[in-house]
Write a protein that binds this ligand. Structure first.
Ligand code: ARG
Length: 466
């Protein structure tokens, strides 16, 4: 959709509260206080909320059938104009709620002026942001599943591609590329479960809470909630107006998902260095240098890492805005939307671009194999072998440590040493330990990277993700 047209700030009295005021609002104050330049995005939710509210007014006998029909079709007409880009938003009307309501009254006359009965912008904005968060969570869940599927198909191809697994960025023990990618599938599944959990908690209707203390005109709150697809209604009008937990939870869920993808980015950046050379990103997902002709830069990964800073910042931005607020509504709350919209947009884009990037990247199996052939990766397996033959683990660790020191001192690969000379406990079977296939195959506990386990996990994820 096109960014909508805006009338700039002009000295103009706001017709919504003209009774109390004798001076026009300064154009600077309008510029300072407007939110229409960004909250116009809530229009569809605002209109859905207004239609449900008007229907309840009609059921309560506050609107005639004709008035309700005029309101509903007037709102639908406004929605169509916003979608087509012909609607002109006015900065003097501050926000999406007043822009729509004022235009409705302009179009249909006095029935429009009845719509705000038993409602405030405070319960309206609380409703709109819940509806927005709900819809965006549904969209993000699909995007995350898309990235999980891309990772899963790469895991399937590389279930048997052995690489060193790292701790402290030092080679540790053998794993497979498949196992590594499945680690991210797990993280993303937790992200989805966190977002789904937030969705459950946010899906209750604040409409009817009014400005802060409900209304003397009672509408059927449950009917409104049902129409809007809410699972229930809020129980305390003051909490309902002041509460922005739903935004904070979504921003946290987004920030943590970003952190996971930032870690994936860091892995891929390392893998694409000449030093690692485990992987190469496609030309479509990298950039060149204007100066150094040989360069192929992983900008997408770097930007994922960089933009994650913004996602974390957006969460902090909201929490800091909330921490000093007395009950109930304070205008500070309007500042909830820029970080919310930014985080949702940013994560959606991060997910989409990383899905493409993962699907198209190449794994250099030869380099992976060469790195995994480092016999040091099996030092723990050597200690485990001693343990299987009765040596207490601490003692075994020390013996293997001595062997490693000897290998380093003499420049001999660990698997070429005469281990029995270092300690007879090593016996003659130590050489068998240095088989990567055997080493991986014996990691059979659930969660460990034996090929059979990785294949079983891939099948499990295929069933889950469909
Ligand atoms: N634009 C406002 C916001 O986003 C709507 C609520 C305004 N309420 C008020 N009492 N001024 O928070």
């Amino acid at each position: 959709m096109r960014v909508p047209r805006h009338e700039g700030a002009v000295n103009r009295s706001n017709t919504m509260w003209k009774g109390r005021f004798t001076q026009d609002t300064s154009s600077l104050v309008q510029q300072f206080g407007e939110s229409i330049s960004y909250d116009w995005r809530l229009y569809a939710h605002d209109i859905a909320g207004s239609v449900a509210h008007a229907r309840a007014q009609h059921s309560a006998g506050l609107l005639t059938g004709e008035e309700f029909t005029a309101i509903e079709s007037g709102l639908r007409g406004i929605e169509a104009d916003i979608v087509s880009g012909s609607f002109e938003f006015k900065t003097s009307l501050e926000d999406i709620h007043m822009n729509i309501e004022a235009e409705l009254t302009k179009r249909i006359g006095s029935a429009g002026a009845k719509l705000h009965t038993a409602r405030s912008r405070n319960d309206q904005v609380a409703t709109d942001t819940r509806l927005y968060c709900r819809a965006e969570i549904d969209g993000l869940l699909d995007c995350i599943t898309g990235l999980q599927k891309a990772l899963l198909s790469r895991a399937e191809v590389h279930a048997g591609t052995v690489i060193p697994g790292y701790t402290h960025l030092q080679r540790g023990q053998p794993v497979t590329v498949g196992h590594h990618f499945l680690a991210y599938v797990e993280m993303l599944e937790r992200d989805k479960s966190r977002l789904s959990d937030a969705r459950k908690r946010l899906n209750i209707s604040p409409l009817g809470s009014g400005a802060l203390a409900g209304s003397t005109i009672n509408l059927d709150r449950s009917a409104i909630a049902d129409e809007l697809g809410f699972d229930g209604i809020t129980h305390n009008s003051m909490d309902a107006i002041a509460d922005r937990d739903h935004i904070a939870e979504l921003l946290f869920g987004i920030a943590l998902c970003g952190v996971h993808l930032s870690r994936l980015s860091e892995d891929l950046i390392l893998w694409c260095t000449a030093e690692f050379a485990f992987a190469a990103l496609s030309d479509a997902h990298t950039t060149g240098s204007s100066l150094m002709p040989q360069k192929k830069n992983p900008d997408v990964c770097e930007l994922t890492r960089g933009k994650t800073g913004r996602l974390v910042g957006n969460l902090l931005n909201l929490l800091i805005a909330l921490k000093g607020l007395p009950l109930t509504y304070n205008r500070d709350l309007q500042e909830d939307k820029p970080p919310l919209f930014d985080s949702v947009d940013t994560l959606r884009l991060i997910l989409a671009v990383n899905t493409e990037l993962v699907a198209a990247m190449e794994i250099h199996e030869g380099n992976c194999r060469r790195a995994a052939a480092d016999p040091m990766l099996l030092a723990t397996d050597l200690a485990d072998d001693l343990v299987q033959h009765g040596v207490p683990f601490r003692h075994a660790h020390e013996l293997v440590g001595k062997a490693v020191a000897e290998a380093i001192r003499t420049g001999t690969p660990l698997d070429q040493l005469d281990l029995a000379r270092i300690d007879p406990a090593f016996g003659s079977r130590a050489k068998e330990v240095f088989s990567l296939e055997r080493a991986l195959a014996s990691r059979t506990n659930l969660g460990s990277p034996s090929m059979a386990n990785v294949r079983a996990e891939i099948a499990r994820w295929q069933a889950i993700l469909g």
